[in-house]
Design a protein around this ligand. Structure first.
Ligand code: UT7
Length: 339
């Protein structure tokens, strides 16, 4: 089996910023309420000509540039998203064309906010099994396009963004140590966009505009999240054979700072070892983990040999956690250059 790891990570966020103060003007809400209940201060909003595919393409191009990897060396592109440009075709095909990855297969993963964790686990399995050498995994969402802007309990939480990683072989002992995926479909109704597909197709009786927006039972999702975030991270760490003291950096899905704090507590990791950027971007769904990882790397928070735990949760209900031993990239690069 090939050792698989993250060769590079990058991100893109739209320029337009929507602050809590801006929301105060549109909604019966307050900066104080949003900050104290969620930690969010502002979020990004895609411009009219941006889509999940276009922002995902920018993140993908940036990661290839960082990894110094020509697009034609990519074997597979997996895009995690819950806000595709259209039901058909897959966003990943648009990204494939956008970056000119002429030798790559492409498909999407839709498992809401845990999408990136699932896509990452899947991408890793292609490399470990030898079915692919280089896999591009992208998490991208334009959540502001599926908000009901009259639902103050939900619309203040989300924002737009994209993140991407390039997966490939790393030196022995480095890379993915363990992963843990889970789901509980009994909670399916807690997070839904009901309209526009098989159950409520166009023209259905009683279909309204709200059916095309995200409907969320915030309290139930909160209850589920505080349990599952910590538990799945603990389970993945155990599989990896590490304890909470061994964890150098915890990168949880950036949905709500209160959920993040309780997950860190359950995992036994102090907040200095937790990367948080939810205040700047809100919940960017599938982009949240790679966006946080990318900023953590840029900030010098990740060093060779660090044990990094990533964990996502969301609609489905579903969750996923992965543990990496960071690094081991240069050794393989030197070997490839020498060959
Ligand atoms: O990727 C997964 C995505 N989902 C999540 O992560 C969501 C998880 N859930 C949450 O983060 C929290 O449940 C919320 C932040 C959504 C809500 O926080 P809460 O502490 O559970 O508030 P609540 O729903 O219990 O509402 C408390 C009060 C209510 O007023 P009353 O009924 O007590 O008078 C709400 O109407 O706060 C009110 N409220 C607001 N007030 C001002 C709800 N939203 C707002 C708002 N501004 N934006």
């Amino acid at each position: 089996m090939t050792n698989v790891g993250i060769l590079a990570v990058s991100h893109y966020v739209p320029e337009k910023i929507l602050t809590n103060k801006d929301l105060e003007k549109k909604l019966d809400t307050s900066d104080e309420w949003i900050r104290s209940r969620t930690g969010i201060e502002e979020r990004r909003v895609a411009s009219d000509d941006e889509t999940t595919a276009s922002i995902g393409t920018v993140a993908a191009s940036r990661v290839l540039e960082k990894a110094n990897c020509p697009a034609d060396q990519v074997d597979l592109i997996i895009v995690a998203t819950m806000t595709p440009d259209s039901v058909l075709p897959a966003v990943s095909c648009r990204v494939q064309a956008g970056i000119g990855a002429k030798n790559a297969g492409a498909f999407d993963v839709n498992i809401a906010c845990s999408g990136f964790a699932y896509a990452l686990a899947l991408g890793c399995s292609y490399v470990t099994s030898g079915m692919a050498n280089k896999v591009l995994v992208i998490g991208a969402d334009v959540m502001t396009r599926v908000m009901d802007w009259s639902d103050r309990g939900t619309c203040v939480l989300f924002g737009d963004g994209a993140g991407a990683v390039l997966l490939g072989e790393v030196a022995e002992g480095y890379g993915l140590l363990a992963q843990e995926l889970g789901s509980d479909g009994r909670g399916a109704e807690h997070l839904v966009i009901p309209g526009g597909a098989g159950a409520k197709p166009m023209g259905s009786k009683h279909l309204t505009d709200k059916d095309f927006t995200l409907q969320m039972n915030g309290r139930e999702v909160f209850r589920f999240a505080v349990q599952v975030m910590g538990n799945s991270a603990v389970a993945a760490a155990k599989k990896a054979g590490i304890t909470s003291e061994d964890i150098d950096l915890f990168i949880p899905h950036q949905a709500n700072s209160r959920i993040i704090e309780s997950a860190a507590k359950r995992l036994g990791v102090p907040m200095e070892k937790v990367f948080v950027n939810v205040h700047n971007y809100g919940n960017t769904s599938c982009a949240s983990i790679p966006l946080a990882l990318s900023e953590a790397v840029e900030a010098g928070r990740v060093k060779e040999g660090d044990k990094v735990v990533l964990v996502g949760f969301g609609g489905g209900l579903a969750w996923g956690a992965l543990v990496f031993n960071w690094g081991g990239v240069s050794e393989i690069r030197k070997k490839a250059d020498a060959a």
